[in-house]
Design a binder for this molecule. Structure first.
Ligand SMILES: Nc1ncnc2c1ncn2[C@@H]1O[C@H](COP(=O)(O)OP(=O)(O)O)[C@@H](O)[C@H]1O
Ligand SMILES: [Mg+2]
Length: 510
């Protein structure tokens, strides 16, 4: 038989033996990877696994020390991102590189404006802009100032910029880290539209559910190496996590230690109502108990938490701590009554990296502690108190936060939001946007607090998190509690069934 010439297309990009060292850090330790044209290729891994370095290498931002990069079967050697772009490869980094004071259209065509006798041809510019939007499958006001746009729209500008330069492969490095759920959903449809048009997208994200829903193929990285590449349909968030960690999933969630059946109730919220968002919700949390609050976006979970915490006005109902009606009207009153709440947005209200743990922990409490003047001794006493609650070693409290491990930084962040030892701790989306290792640290922290007798209410959109962490799961839908699930009844299926309203009659089965 005569060998037929292969009709198989070479991959859009293929790297072999890619290596990159930063001093002693082996950021890429021999990466082999092929990415097919016109696919969405997910890239996952713990912080420091080498995802960004890989993305930067194939787009010319970083020069690898060894190994080869082939585009469409031909070896390339880039000296700059511009070289890579000439081959159609570019990256949209987390820090967007736009000119905020210029318009969308100016940013998109900066440096490549169509000109007539050296003057920018505005009519052609506008025509090309419209073509570009049609090609991308989305629209954006060309005259808007980039600085006035939301992050999500600024990302669109970056995408248009890349397409205007004929990018055929776009690496997106954690594009949804700062987006709302709504904005993320829109970005996903934009990314799918790009794929429709044959653009290859390498999608780096910590949100495994997103990656599974969006990507055709997912590559897992660990310690600068590729663990495996597989069809997204062949993976689950469990298999991805196991691959990322190199160990099995039960390591992620600490063992559950439910409170004794007669553990005292630390918090009762009775008939809480707030507009249409929260309707007559009653719940109890026992000492040492972790109660998960599940539900779809808009089910009223955060609203309920805010109503209990006094951050939003209640239309009805009362809140009891240790059997005493404390019904807080403000967060300040809630804190005094023994309720702490870690808001969803705590990352932005996060840590001063150059300051010590002591300073970070006490900062929000200083006024409460001492009026105007704060003595160092007083500050340290508060820090010792808070550091004790989260079990942060005293020596670590004095180190600049930037020197601490991710897990210890989380402890400081938690301590910052605690006040002495609360009776009830409410955490809203405790692990949104963090990597698996830090996730594990946060879970340990939450379990450790519960073991000290604190009642914990966990709100999370990640079902696996709610189920893995909680002793009991409450499900909200349309502002009401529709199910309470424990033990064998607390399954993904039952929670989703209740959240979607398919399970109402069985909801008391727990
Ligand atoms: N510019 C740099 N200088 C020094 N070390 C770096 C640099 N960029 C990345 N690293 C290190 O390389 C490793 C891989 O980093 P990175 O590619 O950013 O991982 P990921 O994106 O998966 O979190 C990490 O240990 C990181 O600290
Ligand atoms: Mg990265």
């Amino acid at each position: 038989m005569v060998a037929q010439p292969s009709r198989v297309q070479p991959p859009h990009v293929e790297v072999r033996g890619l290596e990159k060292r930063y001093g002693g850090v082996h950021a890429l330790a021999g990466v082999d990877l092929a990415i097919a044209r016109g696919t969405i290729h997910g890239l996952v891994g713990e912080n420091g696994a080498g995802k960004s370095t890989l993305g930067k290498s194939i787009t010319g931002v970083v020069a690898a020390d060894a190994g080869t990069i082939e585009v469409e079967g031909r070896a390339v050697a880039y000296r700059s991102p511009r070289d890579a772009l000439a081959r159609g490869m570019t990256i949209i980094a987390q820090e967007l590189a736009l000119l905020p004071a210029r318009t969308v259209i100016d940013n998109v065509f900066l440096g490549i404006e169509p000109r007539r006798a050296s003057v920018v041809d505005r009519r052609r510019l506008r025509r090309r802009y419209d073509e570009l939007c049609a090609h991308a499958g989305f629209a954006l006001d060309p005259r808007a100032l980039v600085g006035s746009l939301r992050t999500a729209d600024q990302q669109k500008v970056e995408i248009l910029r890349a397409l205007a330069r004929n990018a055929e492969l776009i690496v997106m490095d954690e594009p949804t880290a700062t987006l709302t759920a709504d904005e993320s959903a829109r970005l996903f449809s934009d990314i799918r539209a790009l794929r429709e048009r044959g653009t290859t997208v390498v999608y780096v994200s910590h949100f495994l559910d997103e990656v599974l829903a969006l990507a055709d193929v997912v590559t897992i990285m660990r310690d600068g190496r590729v663990v495996r590449s597989a069809a997204a349909s062949a993976e689950t968030s469990q298999t991805l996590i196991s691959g990322m960690l190199g160990r099995s999933l039960d390591v992620i969630h600490p063992p559950k230690r439910p409170p004794a059946a007669d553990a005292p109730i630390v918090c009762s919220a009775e008939s809480i109502s707030r507009g249409a968002a929260v309707r007559d919700v009653t719940l109890h949390v026992r000492a040492g108990e972790i109660v998960g609050l599940a539900g779809l976006i808009g089910a009223g979970r955060s609203e309920l938490a805010r109503a209990i915490f006094g951050a939003d006005r209640r239309d009805g109902g009362r809140v009891l701590i240790d059997g005493v009606d404390v019904s807080p009207r403000t967060p300040r009153a809630a804190i005094r009554a023994g309720i702490a709440m870690l808001p969803e947005s705590r990352k932005e209200q996060g840590l001063l990296m150059g300051r010590s743990g002591v300073e970070n922990m006490t900062l929000p409490h200083l006024r409460e502690v001492s009026g105007l003047v704060v003595s160092g001794g007083r500050q340290r006493a508060v820090a010792a108190d808070l550091g004790g609650v989260v079990e942060l070693a005293a020596t670590r409290e004095r180190a600049p936060v930037s020197d601490l491990s991710g897990g210890n930084q989380q402890k400081v962040l938690f301590a910052k939001w605690l006040y002495r030892t609360p009776r009830l701790l409410i955490v809203d989306e405790p692990t949104r946007g963090v990597d698996v290792g830090t996730k594990r640290a946060i879970y340990e922290l939450i379990c450790g607090l519960a073991e000290q007798g604190i009642g914990v209410l966990v709100i999370s959109s990640e079902l696996e998190e709610v189920l893995g962490l909680s002793h009991r799961v409450l499900v909200m839908r349309g502002g009401r509690l529709v199910a309470e699930l424990t033990g064998a009844a607390a399954t993904e299926q039952n929670v989703m069934g209740a959240a979607f309203g398919a399970l109402e009659t069985e909801s008391e089965a727990a």
